[in-house]
Design a protein around this ligand. Structure first.
Ligand SMILES: Cc1cc2nc3c(=O)[nH]c(=O)nc-3n(C[C@H](O)[C@H](O)[C@H](O)COP(=O)(O)O)c2cc1C
Length: 182
């Protein structure tokens, strides 16, 4: 299986980037192919129909779309902003939706989230489901959030709490089966 893992944050020190790396490490142990990116690798202007009419869809949206199409499954770790989807991620989804075909139809997609707050970004994940499901992605019913993310990762990049790490591993196992059988 080929997984495309995306941090929905642009920040270099992003906890969501740490979480996709931790997930990728678990999948690597099962010999899956993985490509990890941060949203910062795909710089995009805020969607504007006039911009699109004049310039077309930006190359970085095309590149992001190609990577999603090339993967068997997508894993996104998304920050929560003010209880909802972070603007950068919504904007990237909007840009990818302007390509024909767009990459989301029937794409198995798992949502993770990390936040220094206690609520683990989970409210934001419910919002992130909406545009993805509208576009026809097969968003996995289970989601996984890491709260107190500023304390959650060991220097090697794994989750410090063995129970939390095991839970992530189990979700990844079920998501892999779901993606293989879709
Ligand atoms: C505008 C803004 C709104 C935020 N709203 C929330 C929120 O509703 N819930 C939450 O848990 N954290 C919130 N945070 C804190 C983020 O979870 C925190 O900045 C986190 O580190 C972002 O993810 P990252 O580390 O991957 O960049 C907010 C941060 C910003 C800048």
């Amino acid at each position: 299986m080929k997984f495309f893992l995306l941090s929905g944050s642009l920040r270099k020190g992003s906890f969501n980037l740490q979480l996709v790396k931790a997930a990728a490490a678990i999948l690597g142990g099962q010999n899956h192919e993985r490509e990890i990116h941060s949203l910062g690798d795909f710089p995009l202007p805020v969607y504007d129909g006039d911009f699109e009419e004049k310039n077309g869809v930006p190359a970085s949206a095309k590149s992001l779309t190609e990577k999603i199409i090339a993967a068997n499954a997508v894993i996104i770790s998304a920050p929560e902003y003010n209880g909802g989807i972070a603007g950068g991620l919504k904007n990237a989804i909007d840009w990818t939706s302007r390509l024909k075909p767009h990459p989301w139809t029937a794409k198995p997609t798992l949502l993770l989230g990390a936040s220094p707050g206690a609520m683990a970004a989970v409210r934001g994940l419910w919002h992130s489901r909406v545009p993805l499901e509208v576009l026809g992605a097969y968003v996995f019913p289970e989601m996984f959030g890491v709260g107190k993310a500023n304390e959650a990762f060991a220097p090697e990049g794994n989750l410090k709490d063995p129970a939390q790490s095991e839970k992530l591993g189990k979700i990844l196992e079920r998501f892999t089966r779901f993606s293989e059988n879709r």
